[in-house]
Design a protein around this ligand. Structure first.
Ligand code: GLU
Length: 390
């Protein structure tokens, strides 16, 4: 067994004894599941999918569809038009709460049902089939394989979906949704009924982690800005009324669903997904929460702890024909520019005035404009000639 698979296998064995919680039962089909299922998967920058446990068991995506349908709404309409219909504030309330802004009826965020129904209602198409086809198309791009609807779960969702229908009627009364209630709600039920495995979810999470680029298929599925917007909302609203504590303890944008799945994103590093059907009182999978929390601790993934390598370039100095060449690679952020200044100042003390330094930035994968401007100002203040190669 390779070391990553061993790590994942070890992580699930740690949480296997947890027996608390119960599978969702408010949709009859969801209760019909083996509560012992347990699986974990991760996808890194090179696109290999690592997994352990019941990694080929399919379950419905449920609320974990919400970030990806939000991505589609952002692609189709842009951030401002989407925000006109749905907010970005954690509601602190359960997923099916009637959490609408006083006066406007705008749902608090796209991760609770009211907001998700509003988001789904924005997707183009005259029929439920046409809307669902667009949704399936994009979500399949994130997953890297063609996803399909579990018709039995869909029928069960639709047959018992009166609360969601009521939410949609309320939204319609406030003109938050323009589509018919039927179009909005049935498309929403179908999106929730898409079948996935943890491996699919890990690929979907990884696509968000790498700025909309699916590392398993090498396809840019959505623009980087769309992925960033979706992750921002997942970070504050993705774990129902446990979102604040999740950010505190685990520190990763994430989304859970009532089928017992959970996906979490370590930006620029990997996507991870876990599955175990027993849910806690917030509607999050007991063992999936525990396993991702453990991984975050073990691997130092919390976004808000210091990460040395953030936007710090590798700096190497070589002799060149006309003077020293300072070669940069990696990412150059504003804080990273400070390290480059230190190297330049030291070089300047050892060189006769008027010497020329070449700054070779061709290997810099990403240079933030503020950092480049700061470098230019620094050059202007040194008694040396500078050539920048970009
Ligand atoms: N189909 C579910 C509902 O709207 C999704 C709930 C969830 O996963 O939070 O009731």
């Amino acid at each position: 067994m390779d070391s990553i698979t061993a790590l994942l296998s070890g992580a699930i064995e740690e949480v296997r004894p947890l027996s608390g919680g119960a599978p969702a039962s408010y949709i009859p089909e969801l209760a019909d599941v083996d509560p012992e299922h347990l699986a974990l998967a991760a996808v890194g920058p090179r696109g290999r999918v690592w997994s352990a446990g019941d990694d080929d068991v399919e379950f419905t995506i449920q609320s974990m569809s919400k970030p990806f349908v939000l991505a589609l709404a952002l692609v189709e309409h842009g951030l401002d038009a989407v925000m006109a219909k749905v907010g970005a504030e954690p509601s602190g309330e359960p997923f099916n709460a009637i959490s609408l802004e006083a006066g406007t009826g705008r749902p608090a965020n796209p991760m609770i049902n009211a907001g998700a129904i509003a988001t789904t209602s924005l997707i183009g198409g005259d029929t439920i089939e046409a809307r669902t086809a667009r949704i399936i198309d994009l979500l399949s791009g994130f997953a890297g394989r063609e996803l399909r609807v579990d018709e039995a779960v869909y029928a069960s969702e639709s047959a018992t979906g009166d609360r969601n229908r009521a939410l949609a009627h309320l939204l319609k009364s406030y003109d938050v949704i323009d589509a018919s209630v039927d179009l909005a709600v049935e498309s929403y039920f179908r999106q929730c009924s898409l079948l996935v495995t943890v491996r699919d979810l890990a690929a979907m999470a990884a696509t968000l982690a790498f700025g909309g680029f699916n590392p398993t298929t090498k396809v840019q599925v959505v623009e980087e800005r769309v992925a960033r917007d979706v992750l921002s909302i997942m970070a504050s609203c993705g774990m129902y009324d446990f979102s604040g504590e999740w950010l505190l303890r685990v520190g990763l944008p994430a989304k859970s669903g009532v089928s017992g799945g959970l996906l979490a994103v370590a930006p620029s590093q990997f996507g991870v997904a876990a599955f175990s059907p027993r849910l806690d009182r917030h509607g999050n999978s007991v063992r999936a929460v525990a396993v991702v929390e453990g991984l975050s601790d073990q691997l130092g993934m919390h976004l808000l702890e210091p990460h040395e390598s953030i936007a710090v370039p590798v700096v190497a100095v070589h002799p060149g024909e006309t003077g020293p060449v300072v070669r940069l690679s990696g990412e150059l952020g504003y804080a990273g520019a400070e390290r480059v200044f230190a190297v330049l100042r030291e070089l300047a003390t050892g060189l006769p005035a008027g010497s020329t330094v070449t700054l070779d930035a061709r290997e810099v994968a990403r240079a933030h404009p503020g950092a480049m401007a700061a470098l230019q100002t620094e050059f202007d203040g040194l008694p040396l000639g500078f050539v920048i190669e970009q």
